[in-house]
Design a binder for this molecule. Sequence first.
Ligand code: GLU
Length: 471
Amino acid sequence: MSENHYSFFKGVERNFDKAAKFTRFSKGILEQIKACNSILRVKFPVRIGDHVEVIEAYRVQHSHHKTPCKGGIRFSMEVNQDEVMALAALMTYKCAVVNVPFGGAKGGVKIDPHKYSIADLERITRRYTAELCKKNFIGPGIDVPAPDYGTSSREMSWIVDTYISLNPHDVNASGCVTGKPVSQGGVRGRTEATGLGVFFGVREACAIQEDMERLGLEVGIKGKRIIIQGLGNVGYHAAKYCQEAGAIIVGLIEYNGAIYNKDGIDVEAAQAHRATHGSLLNFPGATNIVEPAEGLEQDCDILIPAALESVIHKGNADRIKAKIVGEAANGPLTPDADEILNKKGTLIIPDMYLNAGGVTVSYFEWLKNLSHVRYGRLEKRFSENRYTDIVNSIEELTHKKLSEAERKLIMRGPDEIDLVHSGLEDTMIGSYREIRDTLASTPGVEDMRTAAFICAINKIGVAYEELGIFP
Ligand code: GLU
């Protein structure tokens, strides 16, 4: 297939097939894992100003081997059935890779959100939610959307409100969607979760001596030169956490201009510059790259595409200089690009692992909604009392006293944000090691994406086997 007629879903299938060869499952089970189980396409009218507009939207449930299904909703003019199917499939594999017990799903509304007023967006979102309710495509035990490209906690708050008004007797109704504002049942730490997960994943990759030696890089994220494409929620937080850990952000790319500075760009200042001037261009001290796609090809150690799919393809893969590509976006590399970069020896940290921080914290949010209690509420005081007893005993035994500041630090019990961040960190570290171990222990497998697919297929295959298939 030519790249002009590139099918994102077929691309995901191609990567799946490459990995499936290394698993023990029968053709039938593999076919079932790959298939998109349910596809909903709706068209509905919404009043915009003095006219009526017909909106096209989708929700795809790729897999029901675990329920509910889970995955974001994007608002973009690029939305089409193939794209939503591919993204839903990636959600299935993503959840399996990070041991989040959900099937994969994705939603898309074909609109350019910048062209509508907030009131219009609210009407579109509420009507889309009503369509999902009518078709039984949403619910805390059925299918749980979340933010994605072009949506945020604001849209999630309209979704939960619409769902609750249509399902007033459902005690778990707030678990029908995640990424909600905290005041509406959201969990602290969800906003930054995907970007923070990207940081944990990249940091873990850089911590493996053998891999860094092979790439000719020093161990550790400190001092690594990074280019980030996309300064939305994911790219911004990934950039911020990497910079805080000592990485040098040498390039930032947005759809309307990119900037480069080999000595580093202050992420916060660049974001403020973009807010005031409408683009990154002319940021003090940096060189302008007027054609944004060329930003990807600049000199760096790590390239983090954090915007849309297929930005690295057959046409530009050869010119990518980064030794590590961290896929913060879903599907930023076409399979052709993947092959070219793998041949060059580039370490590709695959999307289904690297951007799984969002769904991981969504899982924590959903658990919070079902348990109806904030994380830390039961144990915070108990922990603080225990730490106080321990510190007092040690002081008594040693006849030495800690300073007030030291006591405060040691005795603090965990808040919700601490538990969410540590749960995310543990997930990202544990899953990286699982994938890396699979890579090391499976002869013939040479890249992290194939290894990640193998991990996912093994878990989903077993789940299907244990589910049993109706006669
Ligand atoms: N949209 C995000 C993703 O692609 C988050 C999905 C979720 O939290 O359900 O992973």
